[in-house]
Design a protein around this ligand. Structure first.
Ligand SMILES: *Cc1c(COP(=O)(O)O)cnc(C)c1O
Length: 371
């Protein structure tokens, strides 16, 4: 049996007529840039999240950068970011000339360790970017408490957590703003690049919209230095066609994750854990094992795709290497670096596939004991 890491083909087959119609409509209307398909998706996504404003943009990385720019973050400023995340979270801070200050991961949940944030706050700190890693929300209460105490902005990087909740609140709507990616393999994915900024702050939304559209307030009325960061009509129509299915896909992910945990219960793997207050939407199913390298080879031979998210925690990547960003200063990230492994996780994963993965891992454990 061959098991892919995600199965976007299976998903397309299940909603083919919706997608094909959506694409045909955009072409028929030649509504390629901005226009009604983009506005419709912005309204639908705002409704889905229960947030006032959605500003679509070209990709998730831009949604982070545009928000930071709108807040005027630049040279001399510091922004708190987690050690365990995709590069975009820190890269956008650096790109604007500010400094990302990393905080180690929580040993059990891998999201930012909220008990290690305060010690990193200085006079220069302007914002915190919690990441809802793998689909699990960061501990937002503590983060909002610190934000109030030190007058900081909170940008929720929600690229991996569409539809996740924290204490019944929808992810992306708890901080001052949220950023989303619709990269094809994200829980809600376009058929190309796409992103969005979400907020209840109308003024902030207008500022972001201006930055994303060449700094224009109205056509040819350039108020600030902006950029070209647009969601295109085709991607918007595809996202609108997929959005009604997102809740059922999320439920399927949650069911599959529970089935995986159940099937892997007796193995030596450390399985994903999450607190009661969170609705974990399992963008990724990340386990831990001390025999990772052997297991990767074994799974590959069995036809089971797998990956590491991410092979190098950000403080240790070449671009961020420094004396403060040493392994000794990030002991949890340093340990996770050698042990984490992402197993296949997607809504269409079948019971037979889950059993096959579990059997393979059990076989691996036995072989390893004997050898
Ligand atoms: C995917 C991702 C992004 C960036 O999104 P793009 O659309 O690829 O630019 C940012 N942050 C996190 C945590 C992500 O997983």
């Amino acid at each position: 049996m061959k098991i892919p890491f995600v199965d976007l083909k299976a998903q397309y087959q299940s909603i083919k007529s919706d997608i094909d119609t959506a694409i045909a409509n955009v072409i028929q209307d030649t509504a390629f840039i901005r226009g009604k398909y983009v506005s419709e998706f912005e309204a639908a996504f705002a409704d889905f999240l229960g947030v006032k404003e959605v500003v679509s943009c070209a990709n998730g990385t831009d949604s982070l950068e545009i928000l930071l720019r709108a807040w005027g973050i630049g040279p001399g400023d510091e922004v708190i970011v987690p050690a365990m995340t995709w590069i975009s979270t820190a890269e956008t801070v650096s790109y604007l000339g500010a400094t990302p200050v990393f905080v180690d991961a929580h040993p059990k949940y891998f999201t930012i360790d909220v008990n290690k944030i305060e010690e990193k706050i200085t006079e220069k700190t302007k914002a915190i970017i919690p990441v809802h890693l793998y689909g699990l929300s960061a501990e937002m209460d503590k983060i909002m408490e610190l934000a109030i105490k030190y007058d900081l902005k909170v940008l929720e990087d929600s690229a991996q957590a569409h539809g996740a909740t924290y204490k019944e609140q929808t992810i992306g709507t708890i901080g001052h703003a949220g950023s989303f990616s619709f990269f094809p393999s994200k829980n809600l994915g376009a058929y190309g690049d796409a992103g969005a900024i979400v907020t209840n702050d109308k003024e902030l939304a207008e500022h972001c919209r201006m930055i994303a559209h060449h700094g224009q307030k109205a056509k040819h009325d350039h108020q600030v230095i902006g950029k070209n960061s647009r969601l295109d009509g085709l991607q918007a129509a595809i996202l609108s066609a997929k959005l009604p299915y997102l809740e059922s896909w999320t439920e399927a992910r949650i069911r599959n994750a529970a089935a995986m945990k159940n099937a892997l219960y007796e193995t030596d793997l450390v399985l994903p854990e999450y607190p009661d207050y969170a609705r974990h939407v399992f963008h990724l199913f990340v386990v831990r094992t001390k025999e990772r390298m052997q297991m990767i080879e074994f799974l590959k031979d069995k036809g089971i795709a797998n990956a590491i998210h991410y092979p190098t925690p950000l403080p240790f990547t070449p671009v961020y290497t420094s004396e403060v960003n040493s392994k000794a200063n990030f002991p949890v990230a340093a340990q996770l670096q050698g042990e984490i492994l992402s197993l296949p996780m997607f809504p269409e994963l079948s019971d037979a596939q889950i059993q096959y993965i579990a059997e393979a891992i059990k076989e691996f454990s036995c072989t390893n004991v004997v050898s």
